[in-house]
Design a protein around this ligand. Structure first.
Ligand code: DLL
Length: 431
């Protein structure tokens, strides 16, 4: 890790555990009452589960409450889950999702204020300082990334460069001309910007960038190492989802880079067994579930994220619990001839072989009655074809050994695979 940056102090982050938990309980009781009184769907679900707000006397009582799912949000489209009068909603965001109706979330003035504070906190943890310039390449619009990050950058006292996603050549030019200290975008898009720098004759390690705050899609520690090596900066992980707020639900410290700290004074995390819904002890791999503690317009009670991770203890500073870097979603899991695999497992193996590029996609097809997986990967532009072919064979063998399944690895010419300016689509199901 470079020592270009240091982490800051903020009062809420120093609360002793007991004080934090009593604050959480007070806020949980408020949220449960608020949701029950103002959202018909919550009232109906609580009634069906035979639970009332007064039953929540301790944090452990949360398990009495029913879960909320994306389907609940879709079923009440567009504004049925709002807990305040529409006149008090200052902003709306929506996540497109791959199928069906979008999920819509609302924010009161207070919600927007707390969101900006939490992104500012996340940025401070990433080492961003007042007076820095921050290039924001998350997409602006209904997606929470662009506008969410924007407000937090201003709140931390930095200068925001509101670039949004896309126009990669222009991104490169503005990074060279405006000399930002930090960049915010998806990890896959940062790699594309690095390629854009090379095309423009700019050495990606030579820019003013010191820190990249990356999220909105799963990425591995191997990808972190690749990004840090190529661009000569510190890369930290920011996590969030629109249903729970947007970016800044959890974020990583640049000093430790050991998984995002959940901002537990505003969100109560749980992990559950995805199949049974039973709570998991901290440290076990399970589906991440969040209850919001301070949200007015769109409170969420035990929202099932479908993201898989472990809850880990906090560190000396911040003391709030961490999540292990998220390596996949329930929805991303590929079951190939009885073996479960996540795209990030392949990413880890690809990045372990220096003579391969990080540009790959996974294609699922049917061969007869069997499912087949092809890893299509771009060859390294600067290496002999024979070296690349040997690397492809090594990848195939490592997938067989480490994941336990046979796949085809197909080399492609540099630049032919799709690129993304936001979330990267790794898996193409052609069955
Ligand atoms: O992606 C919010 C966001 C914007 C987070 C910018 C970070 C930075 P959605 O579009 O609702 O919201 O997608 C949320 O993206 O459930 C995860 O599956 C995935 N995701 C988000 N951040 C991370 C991360 C935004 N750091 C969904 N690591 C979540 C892994 C992430 N997956």
């Amino acid at each position: 890790m470079s020592t270009k940056t240091i982490a800051p102090v903020s009062d809420a982050l120093l609360l002793p555990r007991e004080e934090l938990e009593s604050l959480q309980l007070e806020r949980l009781q408020w949220t449960v009452r608020h949701a029950f009184q103002n959202v018909p769907l919550y009232r109906a679900k609580f009634d069906a589960a035979g639970v009332a707000p007064t039953d929540i006397r301790s944090l452990a009582d949360i398990t009495k409450l029913p879960f909320t799912t994306k389907e609940d949000l879709r079923g009440t489209y567009p504004f049925g889950m709002f807990a305040v009068p529409m006149a008090d909603v200052r902003r709306i965001h929506a996540s497109s999702g791959t199928t069906g109706r979008p999920t819509v979330v609302g924010y009161t003035a207070g919600d927007l204020d707390r969101w900006a504070d939490l992104i500012a906190r996340s940025l401070r943890a990433a080492g961003v300082r007042p007076g820095w310039r921050v290039h924001n390449a998350y997409g602006y619009g209904l997606f929470t990334g662009g506008l969410g990050a924007h407000a937090g950058i201003e709140r931390v006292g930095a200068t925001v460069i509101p670039m949004s996603g896309g126009q990669t050549a222009r991104q490169v030019q503005l990074i060279v001309d405006f000399e930002p200290d930090a960049i915010m975008c998806t990890p896959s898009y940062l790699l594309m910007i690095a390629d854009g720098m090379v095309s423009a004759g700019v050495d990606p390690r030579s820019t003013s960038l010191k820190v990249a705050i990356l999220g909105a899609e799963p990425w591995t520690n191997e990808m972190r190492a690749e990004i840090e090596r190529r661009l000569g900066l510190d890369a930290v992980d920011i996590y969030g989802l629109s249903e729970v707020m947007g970016p800044g639900v959890a974020s990583e410290s640049v000093l430790t880079k050991d998984g995002p700290h959940v901002w537990e004074d505003h969100f109560l995390p749980e992990t559950i067994d995805g199949a049974t819904g039973d709570p998991m002890p901290d440290g076990g791999l399970g589906e991440l579930v969040f209850t919001s503690l301070t949200k007015e317009a769109s409170p969420v009670i035990r929202y099932r994220t479908r993201d898989l991770t472990r809850l880990l203890p906090g560190s000396a500073y911040p003391t709030m619990r961490r999540i292990e870097k998220i390596t996949g979603r329930n929805d991303d899991m590929i079951i190939l001839r009885g073996v479960n695999l996540f795209p990030t497992q392949i990413e880890e193996l690809v990045l372990g072989i220096e003579t391969l590029t990080p540009h790959f996609i996974l294609e699922l097809t049917k061969q007869g009655r069997m499912d087949a997986l092809t890893v299509r990967i771009e060859r390294h532009p600067d290496l002999e074809l024979s070296v690349c072919e040997a690397a492809a064979v090594v990848l195939q063998q490592r997938i067989k050994v480490h994941i336990g399944t046979s796949v085809e690895v197909r080399l492609e010419e540099p630049g032919v695979l799709p690129r993304s300016e936001g979330k990267y689509k790794r898996v193409y199901d052609l069955r």
